[in-house]
Design a protein. Structure first.
Length: 303
């Protein structure tokens, strides 16, 4: 068996030991109760690094759904964290290409859909774009960071300290599973869908306009002229290492279970640059409250 790199084993250990208390996944106003699922295999294979520790059962509507979070080396030689929900895989995060020389792993994944639409390529593209835009908009509204390139930022893990810098293992798992369930809903072929969320199938005649005016309304972070909004991994690490807690309320991942976002002090949409002096750590609630309505530089609360 291939030797597992130290940074991968450190992350796998942190996730294996995480316990969801309370046992639920919150997606905005939607709260889905979950319970640990009995392993289908009394001896999980060694290549499954989470060893069945993050397998759950839940009900959406009246449909029972099994949700399994797995972590393994895929046939292409990449370590990935996978979410299998209902009848198939809904989401995965590639770790092999997101680790830097200091053992910092950025857990990010671009939102995209791959299904076709019969022989109508234009309709297929329209549906895929609509699903991705709608999903990203929903995620940004519930406090999950989505970049201008439709990449979901789920956390930053430091192998040296064997800990997350901006979230907790439990919060990472909750957010990862929330994204996986929503994406599975929009995929429409996983055997479950939420009754209260729009769906896209042959009964829904979605017409997509690619105009920038409409895209600016749907996509959370529009690309601007002064560089990209997305904060590079190394720069993100320096901001989190410097601030450690929310610069406005003082909330921390370890003590308060909050997610830390890297915020543009002068909003990116108003011309703020993605440079160290224009970045600060804010928890998801403070960051959503600030939005692009302020350019205040908050000092980290004492104590």
């Amino acid at each position: 068996m291939t030797r597992v790199p130290d940074h991968i084993s450190a992350l796998a250990e942190a996730l294996s030991q995480a316990a969801l208390k309370p046992a639920r996944i919150d997606i905005g106003e939607i709260s889905v109760k979950v319970k640990r699922a009995a392993s289908k295999d009394t001896s999980p294979p060694a290549w499954q690094l989470l060893s069945g520790s993050q397998d759950y059962e839940l009900t959406i509507g009246e449909t029972p759904v099994r949700l399994s979070i797995q972590f393994f080396l895929n046939p292409l030689g990449h370590y990935r964290i996978f979410a299998f929900a209902g009848s198939g895989m809904t989401l995965s995060v590639n770790l092999t290409t997101s680790e830097d020389a200091d053992g910092i792993i950025s857990l990010t994944q671009r939102i995209k859909f791959g299904e076709g639409r019969g022989h109508d390529d234009a309709a297929a593209k329209s549906i895929r774009q609509a699903k991705a835009a709608m999903l990203c908009d929903m995620l940004s509204r519930v406090g999950i960071t989505v970049t201008d390139n439709m990449e979901v930022e789920l956390g930053t893990f430091c192998a040296k300290t064997r800990s997350f810098l901006d979230t907790t293992p439990e919060r990472f798992l909750r957010n990862f599973m929330a994204v996986a369930l929503l994406k599975g809903h929009f995929q429409g072929n996983k055997g479950f869908q939420f009754a209260c969320i729009p769906r896209f199938d042959d009964t829904f005649p979605w017409k997509w306009s690619s105009s920038e005016k409409l895209r600016a309304k749907l996509v959370p972070n529009k690309r601007g002229a002064k560089g990209q909004r997305a904060v590079p991994l190394g720069l993100r690490f320096h901001v989190l290492l410097r601030d450690k807690v929310c610069c406005l309320c003082g909330g921390s991942p370890a003590k308060d279970g909050v997610d830390l976002h890297v915020d543009h002090i002068k909003p990116y949409s108003l011309g703020g640059l993605t440079v160290l002096d224009n970045l600060q750590a804010l928890c998801s609630r403070c960051n959503l409250g600030k939005g692009n309505r302020s350019d205040a530089r908050f000092a980290t609360p004492a104590g």
